[in-house]
Design a protein around this ligand. Structure first.
Ligand code: HEM
Length: 173
């Protein structure tokens, strides 16, 4: 009698064990359970996935763009080749100029910002900006991008967006 009860308990334990391992396999087949933790099963982001990210996102969004614009402005104001052009860009006007640059770059790179300033032609009309001045300003921007270690790919994508503006800004080749 005692032996029978022991056998019964033994059988029940065996049945429960079999049932549990079946359910586990089913869950695995359905993809709800994996052997490895999530971090191990996730593949590193491929080039294709990176390419789907906007330039805005790859640059680091508004905080990164703001930091680059501030450094860019500081570089321009310290650049003897062009800083006299910005002699009257002070106070509220300087704030507006900064906001315009952040929004312009944000929007152009795929961010949610909306540029509400003047067209590049209207903004620079009659200033007689030369190609050399344009190149100096681009150099100041590149220095700002370098300071924040923006990779070559993102740097050249941003410069490629700005390059077509040259024809609307430069009046003296
Ligand atoms: C890709 C090159 C450039 C970009 C993206 C650019 C962008 C801008 C923007 C967004 C504004 C503000 C427009 C507004 O007030 O509505 C502006 C104004 C101005 N830009 Fe440029 N610019 C470029 C090149 C240059 C160059 C080469 C110079 C001269 C060296 C220059 C001198 C100025 C000045 C003096 C203003 C007026 C600033 C003020 O409101 O006091 N810009 N530019």
């Amino acid at each position: 009698m005692k032996r029978l009860r022991f056998l019964g308990i033994f059988l029940i334990i065996g049945l429960v064990f079999t049932l549990l391992s079946c359910t586990k396999r089913e869950m695995k087949d359905q993809g709800t359970m994996t052997e490895k933790p999530a971090a191990e099963t996730q593949k590193p982001m491929g080039n294709q996935q990176m390419a789907q990210k906007s330039l805005y996102e790859r640059l680091g969004g508004e905080p990164a763009i703001t930091a680059v614009v501030d450094q860019f402005i500081a570089n321009v104001l310290a650049d003897e080749r062009i800083n006299k052009r910005f002699a009257r860009t002070t106070g509220e006007r300087a704030q507006r100029f900064r906001t315009n640059l952040i929004n312009q770059i944000g929007e152009a790179t795929g961010g949610p910002q909306k540029y509400t300033g003047l067209s590049m032609k209207a903004a620079h009309a009659g200033m007689g900006i030369t190609t050399a001045e344009f190149n100096a300003l681009v150099e100041d921007l590149v220095a700002a991008l370098n300071k924040f270690n923006v990779p070559e790919k993102e740097k050249s994508e941003l410069l490629a967006i700005l390059a077509p503006m040259q024809k609307d800004i430069v009046e003296v080749p």
